[in-house]
Write a protein that binds this ligand. Structure first.
Ligand code: GLN
Length: 204
């Protein structure tokens, strides 16, 4: 069984648990470093990135999360979670996990569109999918190894770099779980890579 952690310090946690379970995997709400053990992948939910950062510092989770990613375990950042993953935040010298080679702008869709829904196409996932944006960031720059998966209004709203996946919107807030399933497929591919590496080491 594939086990996915959902960082449960703040934000839209319960909806991600449901989305993961609907895709047939086991979901664990993660509130401490110890709970990272045994996970195959981790979702960083939406909420408020500055509040999440304070809690990540309080529970000393920044370094362990970087180590988790360094082991080749996939991470999926949604909305505030995308901001946590980014190597750069426009207009700020603060970086949180700094794992994904992207720059993001926070709250970038303007006040009058604090919250909205839109139909978007996501490469490899859906020709048309309803996406919920809530005070959403967007990706302003992406490094050469970053694959752009979706744009809305000319702005990048979903991307992937190796085993890191991020989006501006909240895929867990509709009952269309195709993007969560895409992450689970990534996690299963990573598991496969991992076990092949182990075999290679064992037989050498
Ligand atoms: N605006 C929030 C931030 O900057 C993100 C909003 C969200 O996650 N829905 O962290």
């Amino acid at each position: 069984m594939t086990t996915i952690g959902i960082l449960g310090l703040q934000g839209a946690v319960r909806e991600h648990v449901q989305a993961v379970e609907q895709c047939g995997a086991q979901a664990v709400v993660v509130k401490s470093v110890e709970q990272l053990t045994g996970l195959d992948g981790l979702i960083l939910p939406g909420g408020e990135s500055t509040a999440m950062r304070r809690l990540l510092d309080k529970y000393e989770m920044i370094e362990p999360l970087k180590e988790f990613a360094a082991k080749g375990k996939p991470l999926f950042g949604t909305c505030a979670g995308l901001i946590l993953l980014a190597k750069e935040i426009d207009g700020s010298d603060q970086v949180h996990l700094g794992l994904m080679d992207i720059a993001v702008e926070r709250n970038s869709f303007g006040r009058q569109r604090d919250s909205f829904e839109a139909e978007i196409a996501i490469a490899g996932v859906a020709d048309s999918m309803n996406a919920v944006f809530i005070r959403a960031p967007h990706i302003t720059e992406a490094g050469e190894n970053v694959e752009i998966l979706a744009k809305y209004d000319g702005r990048i709203v979903a991307a992937r770099e190796g085993y890191l996946l991020g989006c501006s919107f909240h895929p867990e807030l509709t009952d269309d779980y195709r993007f969560t399933q895409y992450f689970l497929d990534m996690v299963n591919a990573a598991k496969e890579d991992f076990s092949q590496e182990k075999v290679a080491i064992d037989t050498s």
